[in-house]
Design a protein. Structure first.
Lengths: 601, 384
């Protein structure tokens, strides 16, 4: 399988908005090249993780090698790189793209270009890709291929006249896609005789094999027994196996220039395998690493606490296991007066945060409380020093703060005309600054600068609801700027609940404070005592709600025959108390926390 | 000195099921009373055999509808019980009766059999409310039965159910005043409770039966206390009101967590056997219970020796229903746990500060009226 001449290799990725048919097309390509038997074929072969399947998104880069006998009589090795499909993983996406020479741009022939497509296609252009537009779902009555072609040309600036017209669902013209890959995408370049240089595209932990590394060889070779060096860390390992994905893992003797495959090298954690790193030969190293390596930096943080304090160790172990497979998320121990022992965790974005939480709950069977997500603020102290604030609870006293900076993003929003007004209102409410507003047919593309803080706070949900799900949204980090920010503390019967405190712009503080007080009033059941819920900035109360005391709660009939049942109920209630958090004498159920932390503005 | 014994006898049959009731009651076209009498006597004899002689303090015939039994059956059971457990003082012998005319006619027979306290399931003094509650008697029949009972029995009590859908405080006060005007020294006044699995629960789930809200229920409860107090009846337990000395001794045994034996289908007991407190439960289904007794001499389905923690919890959940509270010496003797060790000290201090719990003169604790009204919420905090 090795030594495929470079001119017979094509490495490509597929760019598409969620639901535009990327996975279906990938499945068809795999099927057409006979990589899997009918029996092995299940929908969306590449999205293997349970969560990925459910949400239709890819978290880890994956790849499959296809063997395609083309019309020109040659048999080609096609490597399909399935990239993570969300802005949170923008850097991972860029590395996956760097492993390929070309992309298929899949656009739904009735829906047209979406914000996410745009961000990814620009990344592909930046990576120097040749791009072949593919119009999918052309069999649907609502398909408007001509309009969408024009849109691709207008919005993206790509010629779309000879876009490949397909229906991935019915299998229509899959051949045309394969031919376009062979004839229109360039082969890789590389020098088999040069010192080994391979791009580390992604890595994951496999219970049997240890860490598996996905690589794209640029120059030289990777083979079993070779001593390799990671150029960013200098760490040296011995290659234990090399192989390819069909998509099953199949060992091969070695991997040569232009090829994509995997290696294992007895590595214990993926944290040692930084995406974008360059792998070289330890004895005959390359002079320069491949360009573009940067360590991943979390932009959104939140506290994760076990619901049951006894689960703290389990949470620690689970986080460690998770990090085996996801080096981009960070965690450090943290204590909260309200929630006890837990961890402050950093994520690449909101989706990443949700995915990690979900995996912890689902795969590790943990009940968690997550505090409100917070962005990283830069606090400039009066003494000239700067601190990065990950947790609102750590905000220093106002007297030592000179000014605070918050991170901004540049957001691109695609939306049908009808909803544009609502979207602009939403962006303005969130302190957005309009950068650009253009129309393509009956769709508008709004580009806004927004504080990230305003986006972590339910922006995405609101966007979906005001546009009835029609708006698509993407963003990129866009620097820091000074802002008038305040910390809002929530007090329950006078005791601050640190886990509920948050930072907001002064103009939003009162509204948010009031909203959270009202929500808590709804969520906290009446108790034996009257409960005051307050939101305060420093010593100043900005919102207040009162929950009146429970007036009656007693079983009317209880005689000799009821006693066993009542005792068991009491024991269950005592057990249930573990799911309550105690603030002074007030008990707040877990569910109230979760809901309050997720609440709408 | 052996422990006094409270004896519960369960008669599981009813003429019809009331839509609010989740007790172990069954409707049968024909009841083989001889068979069930024999089985009850056998179940009693077996219990007497293992308990040994103890002074009988009380008997309670509950159900179901025990007034459907013939007076001869009741007489036979009382006779056997007093023989097996010779009383030191005259025992309290209560029988629950429905105030239909048929059953009223049997009351003299029950009195002759030895019953000295009658508890009538009147439930309401309003015909439309009685129909709603699925009762087979009218208010007039109930009052007639009450007159008969008062004339026959030295002690009488009856039950009412309040906090019914749409019932105003004024209407309940008026109904209760009429009830209190009979001058009885004991009443059981229950708030309507929706029990899972009952016809009322299904109506409730569908939103077709709406109970008064929590605050309205609390107000109804307070009104109940006020009216009862005016008639000289104090709430000695959450739902039971009595003049001093007229409390149900049998039911007090439950709430004081004293020994009681339960015979008949589904009956429960708490008995000290060989220094260990045992929870007993009998087979629930009437025929299956009778078969078990016939086959092996007793109807016990399950016996569990209770841990100290379980005993302490049971003693607390029962004892805190009582106005008199929990006696620390008795608590220790019955549970093996000191009262102070069974309670969460911080929660106790907080509850005291809030006026939900108070110390008794004997050094024990009792719920206040406010605490009793919120006992279900208080208990899980208080219990360690």
């Amino acid at each position: 399988m090795t030594d495929t001449p470079l001119h017979l290799i094509r490495n490509f990725s597929i760019i598409a908005h969620i639901d535009h048919g990327k996975s279906t097309l990938a499945d068809r390509l795999i099927q057409a090249c006979g990589a899997l038997s009918e029996r092995e074929m299940k929908d969306q072969v590449l999205d293997s993780m349970e969560i990925e399947r459910e949400r239709g998104i890819t978290i880890k880069a994956q790849t499959v090698r296809l063997i395609y006998p083309a019309k020109d009589g040659n048999t080609y090795e096609l490597n399909l790189m399935d990239t993570p499909g969300h802005v949170d993983f923008a850097y991972e996406v860029s590395r996956s793209l760097a492993a390929c020479e070309g992309s298929l741009l899949v656009v739904d022939a009735s829906q047209g270009v979406e914000a996410q497509t745009l961000a990814n296609v620009y990344q592909a252009i930046e990576a120097g890709h040749e791009i072949v537009p593919v119009l999918n779902k052309i069999d649907l009555p609502a398909a408007e291929p001509d309009r969408v072609k024009t849109q691709i040309e207008d919005v993206i600036g790509l010629p779309a006249d000879d876009a490949v017209m397909i229906s991935a669902k019915t299998g229509l013209n899959i051949e045309g896609v394969l031919e376009a890959i062979v004839t229109r995408l360039p082969p890789p370049q590389g020098d088999a005789a040069a010192p080994t240089k391979a791009l580390l595209v992604d890595s994951w932990y496999d219970a049997y094999l240890g860490v598996v590394i996905l690589v794209r060889v640029k120059d030289g070779r990777l083979r079993k027994g070779q001593r390799i060096r990671f150029m960013s860390t200098g760490a040296v390992h011995t290659v234990e196996a090399t192989g390819i994905f069909t998509p099953k893992m199949v060992p091969v003797e070695d991997l040569g220039p232009g090829e994509i495959g995997y290696i294992t090298a007895g590595i214990k954690t993926v944290a040692d395998c930084k995406v974008g790193d360059t792998i070289t030969d330890d004895r005959n190293p390359a002079a320069e690493p491949l360009p573009g390596f940067k360590p991943s930096v979390p932009v959104v943080w939140c506290g994760l606490y076990p619901t049951d304090a006894d689960d703290f160790e389990k949470l620690r172990e689970s986080l460690a296991k998770l990090r085996l497979n996801d080096a981009s998320f960070h965690y450090e121990p943290e204590t909260s007066a309200a929630l006890g022992f837990g961890f402050r965790c950093g994520f690449l974005g909101l989706l990443h945060l949700e995915i990690v939480q979900e995996r912890l709950m689902r795969e590790f069977d943990l009940d968690l409380i997550a505090t409100a997500p917070s962005v990283v603020y830069r606090i400039h102290r009066t003494d000239g020093t700067v601190m990065e604030l990950h947790n609102p609870a750590d905000m220093p006293d106002g007297s030592v703060i000179d000014h605070i900076e918050e991170p901004w993003i540049k957001a691109t929003i695609f939306v049908p005309d009808d909803y544009l007004g609502a979207i602009l209102t939403l962006c303005n409410e969130r302190r957005g600054q309009q950068v650009d507003l253009t129309y393509v047919g009956n769709r508008a593309m709004a580009v806004y600068r927004l504080p990230l803080n305003e986006v972590v706070f339910d922006f995405y949900d609101r966007l979906k609801s005001v546009s009835r799900g029609y708006a698509s949204f993407d963003y990129a980090m866009d620097g820091y700027a000074e802002a008038d920010l305040v910390k809002i503390t929530i007090l329950v019967n006078g005791d601050p609940v640190d886990a509920l405190s948050f930072i907001a712009h002064r103009s939003q503080a009162e509204k948010r404070g009031r909203a959270i007080c009202e929500k808590l009033k709804e969520l906290i059941p009446r108790q034996l005592f009257k409960i005051a819920i307050q939101a305060a900035i420093g010593g100043r109360v900005i919102a207040r709600e009162t929950i009146s005391a429970l007036s009656k709660d007693v079983t009317a009939k209880c005689y000799g025959g009821d006693i066993t049942r009542k005792r068991k109920l009491l024991e269950k209630q005592k057990e249930g108390k573990k799911r309550m958090r105690q603030f002074g004498k007030v008990e707040i159920p877990q569910t109230a926390f979760l809901a309050a932390l997720k609440m709408d503005a | 000195m052996p422990e006094p014994l409270a004896l519960y006898v369960h008669w599981p049959f009813c003429l019809s099921r009331c839509p609010y009731c989740d007790f172990n009651s069954h409707v049968r076209e024909r009841i083989d009373e001889r068979r069930f009498r024999a089985a009850l006597l056998a179940d009693l004899a077996w219990e007497a055999g293992r308990l040994g002689p103890r002074p009988l303090a009380s008997i309670f015939f509950g159900g179901g509808t025990p007034s459907l039994m013939s007076p001869e059956t009741v007489a036979a059971l009382i006779e056997a019980a007093t023989r097996a457990f010779p009383p030191a003082t005259p025992p309290e012998i209560t029988l629950e009766a429905n105030p239909t005319s048929v059953e009223a006619a049997k009351l003299a027979g029950f009195r002759a059999a030895g019953v000295n306290r009658i508890s009538l399931g009147i439930q309401a003094l309003d015909d439309s409310a009685l129909a709603f509650l699925g009762r087979r008697h009218s208010a007039a029949q109930a009052l007639a039965a009450l007159e008969t009972a008062r004339a026959l029995f030295p002690r009488a009590s009856f039950d009412l159910i309040y906090a019914r859908p749409g019932q105003t405080r004024a209407a309940w006060r008026a109904e209760l005043r009429r009830a209190l005007a009979f001058g009885l020294d004991h009443l059981s006044l229950y708030q309507l409770t929706i029990e899972p699995g009952t016809p009322f629960a299904r109506l409730h789930d569908r939103g077709e039966l709406v109970l008064p809200g929590e605050d309205a229920q609390a107000a109804l409860y307070r009104a109940t206390e006020e009216e009862a107090a005016r008639a000289g009846l104090a709430p000695y337990e959450v739902s039971n009101y009595a003049a001093p000395g007229a409390e149900s001794r049998h039911n007090l045994a439950y709430w004081r967590y004293l020994d009681y034996a339960g015979i008949g289908p589904g009956a429960h007991g708490r008995i000290m056997v060989g220094g260990r407190l045992t929870a007993t439960a009998r087979v629930r289904a009437p025929e299956a219970w009778a078969e078990a007794v016939e086959r092996r001499g007793h109807g016990v389905r399950e016996e569990e020796e209770l841990s100290a923690a379980a005993r302490a919890r049971e003693a607390l959940l029962m004892g805190l229903r009582l106005a008199e509270g929990i006696d620390p010496a008795r608590f220790l003797a019955r549970t093996g746990v000191a009262l102070a060790d069974a309670l969460d000290p911080a929660a106790l201090a907080a509850a005291e500060a809030e006026g939900l719990v108070a110390r008794t003169t004997a050094g024990g604790i009792a719920t206040t009226r406010a605490g009793r009204l919120r006992l279900d919420a208080l208990l899980p905090r208080l219990v360690r």
